[in-house]
Write a protein that binds this ligand. Structure first.
Ligand SMILES: Nc1ncnc2c1ncn2[C@@H]1O[C@H](COP(=O)(O)OP(=O)(O)O)[C@@H](O)[C@H]1O
Ligand SMILES: [Mg+2]
Ligand SMILES: [Zn+2]
Length: 382
């Protein structure tokens, strides 16, 4: 397997609408437009990097040129046109990366191209990536073509920065907003690829990669490739993954909270010391701890437990730990962690700043016990 491992992002670029992950609102609309012959001539695809904009543009180009389109509005994948798309040899698709080709001349070239009708197939599709990077002059040179395009021309403009697109362009395009892709969807997709590539894995590891990718499927695939390469043909494990990505094992958060509940301040401080010695940053730690408190709070109620985005396995640990902690403790601790986070950058001694927060947290259980006692006493007297 390892010898011929190729970059997953390229190998697994979806070839049809139904393989695009997490953008159903877009693929369904496009398929309906094809079906009803209501295709716009200019589209604006907006959204973060690596979520399928270029992919969808290429699928659209391939599908509307397919000689044998299927009933579900997918390309057949086998006709002459589909094959030329697959081999990147179709003359009916033209891609311009405006990030590096943003001069008036580049656009004039494109506009010249648009004059020629396709020799084969029905449509010519022009994709202009990062269209917000076009110079003003280039924009103007393009505007007329965008306003009165020949019937066979379809423009797909893509951008990661919608706010930079001028109103003249916005008003002439059908706008599609691409989503960040959810952790669940990304990890399922990684699972699918790992199985196809016969790569062994722990689900926890894939989930971590999915989290790290922050909604971008392409990033998830490159991280996955990296970890597979490191693991040298062995299993992709959670531990390997946190090591390679330099992520703090969430086990530490469980340990810290256990020690806080036990009011064992020394243990808490020693764990924090260990974390710093491993080269982790105090600020990341306190942010991670805040998230951990949040997850514990969310795990308190069966109605919200689904809001913690972790594997089944990890969920059980949250459920256990939250049993052992009171809601008031978790809320107050979260509050202290949050204050620590807010003031971290201005603290002179940042280590002490975090330690102080941990000290306060470790006194919470006792404070709540005393408060409860006092309340009971008051009740007895009344
Ligand atoms: N929604 C998605 N479904 C499946 N794969 C995706 C998706 N988005 C991105 N990818 C993967 O990432 C690669 C790059 O995606 P691309 O469409 O070029 O992203 P964008 O144009 O939005 O930056 C694709 O080849 C594919 O492997
Ligand atoms: Mg792109
Ligand atoms: Zn076809």
């Amino acid at each position: 397997m390892m010898e011929n491992f190729v970059v997953s992002a390229r190998k697994y670029r979806p070839a049809d609408f139904k393989s695009v992950v997490g953008q159903e609102h877009i693929t369904t609309t496009l398929k309906n437009a094809i079906k009803n012959n209501h295709l716009a001539q200019a589209f604006l695809f907006c959204g973060p990097r690596g979520v399928g904009k270029t992919t969808c543009a290429r699928i659209l180009a391939k599908t509307i040129n397919c000689e044998n389109r299927q009933d579900d509005q997918e390309a057949c994948g086998e006709c002459e046109s589909c094959v030329s798309f697959k081999n990147n040899s179709s003359f009916n698709i033209y891609e311009l990366d405006a990030a590096s080709n943003n001069s008036v001349d580049d656009i004039r070239n494109l506009v010249d191209q648009v004059r020629y009708a396709p020799q084969k197939g029905q449509y010519k599709v022009y994709i202009i990536d990062e269209v917000h990077m076009l110079s003003n002059q280039a924009f103007n040179a393009f505007l007329k073509t965008l306003e009165e395009p020949p019937k066979y021309a379809i423009f797909i403009l893509a951008t990661t920065e919608k706010h930079k697109i001028i109103p003249t362009i916005l008003s002439r395009c059908q706008i599609f907003d691409f989503n960040r892709i959810q952790i669940d969807h990304i990890s399922n997709h990684l699972k699918y690829i790992a199985e196809k590539e016969s790569v062994d894995f722990e689900e926890e590891a894939l989930r971590l990669i999915a989290t790290k990718a922050d909604g971008a499927l392409r990033d998830a695939l490159s991280i996955f490739d990296l970890i597979v390469t490191y693991s040298a043909g062995k299993k992709v494990t959670y531990h390997e993954t946190i090591d390679n990505l330099h992520i703090l094992d969430y086990d530490y958060y469980f340990k810290v909270v256990d020690a806080l509940i036990e009011e064992d301040l020394s243990k808490v401080l020693l764990i924090f010391d260990e974390i710093l010695k491993k080269g982790f940053d105090g600020h990341n730690f306190i942010v991670g701890l805040s998230e951990h408190f949040r997850d514990l709070l969310v795990a308190k109620d069966p109605a919200t437990v689904e809001l913690i985005q972790v594997s089944e396995n990890a969920k059980q640990r949250y459920l256990q730990q939250t049993e052992a902690a009171s809601t008031s403790f978790l809320l107050s601790a979260l509050n202290i962690a949050n204050q620590c986070d807010i003031h971290y950058k201005t603290a002179k001694n940042q280590r002490l700043h975090v330690e102080l927060a941990l000290m306060k947290m470790s006194k919470l259980p006792q404070a709540f016990k005393l408060a409860n006692l006092a309340a009971e006493e008051a009740k007895k007297k009344a």
